[in-house]
Design a protein around this ligand. Structure first.
Ligand code: MF3
Ligand code: CO
Length: 253
């Protein structure tokens, strides 16, 4: 069931999303050679608690294997859900994905960015740029009355035109009252059941784009997804609300 949000709920998500974008900008300043990823996580948790929010990823997945961080930090070939660690040190040339979800006044927004650590290689820069642009291409399609697959096709055809590939097993999602609500939002055309967008739907759109093949593997920590071929992956995510004429991006300043 897709939960459309009330104007009051959307107002709250907008407030939370704007704050989350500011937190992301702060954390982006920590993407420098020599920085360990545990300290990025501690800073994220502190910034979220300071403004009265709750880091919603922490404990996600239930008691068996709860996600241990406030933020996901995924480096180079890691796609998403990288666990912050004291012994994981950023180095010059890395591409670093930060993913944060925050509950603010009972509503959740979710966002991710890929940052360069120092100077990165031209292929890494290209992948980051194309992934960011693919999200923009997809966002342009989001509008009440439109099929969600128009978004998926726009993202996938854009990245394919550069020889890159879209991760298929991991998808975007509805968001707001829960971190993961319906619908699932593939970033490629999967031929599955389509969804007609309606005003007030709140969606987390998140293309995960690989430099090489689309195949993924789960690392031994049980959380981190990485590319199977060891090549780079990039990720950008925004939470948006569907409107009559298009969409409003909630997780930007
Ligand atoms: N942004 C990701 C998602 O929407 C991360 C959540 S998984 C978690 O699925 F375990 F880190 F919480
Ligand atoms: Co998400």
């Amino acid at each position: 069931m897709i939960i459309r949000k009330t104007p009051a709920e959307i107002g709250t998500m907008k407030k939370g999303g704007h704050i989350l974008a500011e937190i992301m900008e702060e954390l982006g300043k920590m993407i420098i050679p020599g920085q360990n990823t545990h300290e990025i996580d501690e800073r994220a948790r502190a910034l979220i608690f300071d403004i009265g929010g709750i880091p919603i990823f922490e404990g996600y997945g239930g008691p068996e294997n709860p996600y241990p961080g406030a933020v996901c930090v995924s480096i180079n070939q890691e796609i998403v859900h990288g666990i912050p660690r004291r012994d994981r040190i950023l180095k010059e040339g890395d591409i670093v994905k930060l993913d944060i979800g925050m509950k603010y006044e009972d509503l959740i927004t979710d966002m991710a960015r890929t940052f360069s650590c120092g100077k990165v290689a031209p292929n890494a820069h290209k992948l980051m740029k194309v992934t960011k642009e693919s999200l923009e291409k997809g966002l342009k399609k989001i509008k009440a009355g439109v099929n969600l697959s128009e978004y998926s096709v726009a993202v996938d055809s854009y990245v394919r035109s550069f020889g890159f590939s879209t991760v298929r097993e991991l998808v975007g999602h509805g968001v707001g009252r829960e971190l993961h609500e319906d619908p699932q939002i593939p970033n490629y055309k999967n031929g599955g059941k389509d969804v007609i967008l309606k005003e007030g739907m709140t969606l987390a759109l998140e293309p995960m784009i690989n430099e090489g093949k689309p195949d993924i593997k789960l690392e031994k920590d049980g959380w981190t997804y990485a590319t199977k071929d060891g090549k780079l992956s990039a990720h950008f995510e925004d939470t948006v609300v569907v409107t009559k004429g298009g969409c409003e991006i909630l997780t930007r300043k």
